[in-house]
Structures are given as C-alpha cells and as structure tokens.
Design a binder for this molecule. Sequence first.
Ligand SMILES: [Fe+2]
Ligand SMILES: [Fe+2]
Length: 216
Amino acid sequence: LGDVHLPFTRWDVLEAAAKDCKAYKPDLIVQIGDLLDQYNWSLYKRATYAPNAEEEWHNTEQDIHHFHKLFGDKVPMEIVMGNHDLRLMLRCMEANLPRKLIRQLDELFPFDNWNWRVEQKPLIRDGVLFCHGDETGGDAFEKAQVLGTNVIQGHDHKGYLRYASPLEINRFGMSVGCFIDNKSVAAAYARRNFKKGFLGWATCTDGVPQLFPFRG
Ligand SMILES: [Fe+2]
Ligand SMILES: [Fe+2]
C-alpha cells in the first residue's frame, strides 16, 4: 500500500484496494510510509483554508481506526516510516524534548497486528527491499541497480515497474502509487503539476511484482 496521507485520503481507492486484498489473501501487508500526512506540523507555510492542528489530529485518529478496520486484524502489517510520519518526531527534536515526554506512533496506535517500523531498519522480504523512498537518492529502478536488490518503494507517488537483467539476473524497481486525495490541501503544493499521483496498489507473489491501477 502506497502513501495514504491520512486524513487527506481517497477512501474509494483504499476501499477498492481492501477488496482486492481480501481476494488476494496476502501473508503480509506492507504500508510503504506516509501513512499520516501531518500537514499542520510541517515547516511549509500552511494554507488559510486548511484544517487547524486540533481538527487534523482528530480526523487522523478517526481515520487511522477506519484504516485498521478496513484491512482487518488478521493479516500482519509492516508500516515503514515515511518523511511525513516523522514530522512529529522532528518537531519534538527541534524543541529538545527528552524521549520520555514523546509518544511515538507505535505507542499512540498499538494495534496487535501492526508493526510500526519506528526503529527504521531496512525491511527485506523474499529478496525485496521495501523502503519509503526518500532515504537514498534515485528512483526505485536506480536503487535496485545500485543496491543490487529488488526494490519496492513509495514517496514519489508514481506507479511503475521496470526490470533490468544484468548477467541474466532479473532485478526490478517498483513504485506503488498512493491514496492521496489530489484535490485536498495536502496535495495543493502540486496543484499546477499536470502529472498527478498514481492511484493504485501492488502485490508481490513469490518475488514477482504486479501493479494495479485504480479503475474508479
Ligand atoms: Fe507521500
Ligand atoms: Fe514521502
């Protein structure tokens, strides 16, 4: 599951992904980061029509429970930390707050089947590195070549799958798209950009990736 950016989310797209997910029966769901937007505590200037911090957090809490319900508590979910997920911690660090005064996302939302990867160790399964995408330069395909492993990422909100086969070893990089509401204030920074985020999701079965565009 790509970037969700709660609470600025296309729920129709997420619901379609959840329906596919039920039929696909995964043994693991990876949410690739930017599960939360945290618009109000970014360093960018906020829009005058944006919800205030109280409203945003209220909506985020409601939506995260809705998201958890949508994908259920049966399948384990790994949640990679995206740059938006880390905004809370960055603001706390700037204020020089000791760790004991801060509640991390895994403490705020301790769902049994969720593993918030707050320690930010690389997630590697079946020869695939799952990363948010902002950790190292280059897109997923370039990372796959540099790191010598298959790469699945989010962050750029693109949807693509590209292979290279050096020495006959098939290696891929894939960006899994997003669920952001392109009309929301959270996406307003890109409103003049003709290229919008790819709405969709992806699977990886025995190391074979597949992308699914939302067909609304
Ligand atoms: Fe994002
Ligand atoms: Fe991101």
